[in-house]
Design a binder for this molecule. Structure first.
Ligand code: CMP
Length: 139
């Protein structure tokens, strides 16, 4: 089934000029980038986006990291896009990520792990709506 998922190319990747290389892995995997914008996330945006992790010990560090440099927010479209993108990203901890995945190729640590992808279709819709309107998405 054709789905849309939400992606973020994180500060560790934009800092190292890896946007194009990450996008190449995404496109080579058959996912289409149907919306994309480079932004500097505000503290309020990052706190809201990671609200579910508010009680975790790494929440403050995570919000500080996500607002430390520009990010690229994206909508990806394709067959089973949510699960497909999670495969393409690899495990959250790059030490456990499979060969060829974005995190194996580029991530620096569990915190600075280059990309975010939605974990469910329901969350994908909420995350997309935080950063894009329907008019921004050209499928
Ligand atoms: P992400 O998919 O963006 O969603 C939650 C993020 O929390 C996750 O990627 C990691 O970047 C971050 N995270 C998870 N575990 C840790 C940890 N132990 N220390 C720091 N950051 C973490």
């Amino acid at each position: 089934m054709t789905e849309r998922t939400f992606s973020i190319i994180k500060p560790d990747a934009t800092r190292r000029n890896l946007t194009g290389k990450v996008n190449a892995v995404i496109e080579d995997a058959g996912l289409r980038i149907v919306a994309q914008r480079r932004i500097k996330m505000t503290d309020a945006q990052a706190k809201k986006f990671y609200e579910v992790h508010a009680e975790r010990p790494f929440y403050g560090e995570l919000v500080a990291f996500m607002t430390s440099a520009p990010v690229v927010v994206q909508v990806l479209e394709g067959d089973n896009a949510v699960a497909r993108y999670r495969e393409v990203m690899g495990a959250t901890n790059p030490a456990q990520a499979a060969d060829g995945t974005i995190r194996k190729l580029y991530a620096e640590s569990v915190g600075e792990n280059s990309v975010h992808g939605s974990d469910s279709l329901e969350n994908a819709k909420l995350e997309i709506a935080q950063f894009f309107t329907d008019a921004d998405i050209v499928g």
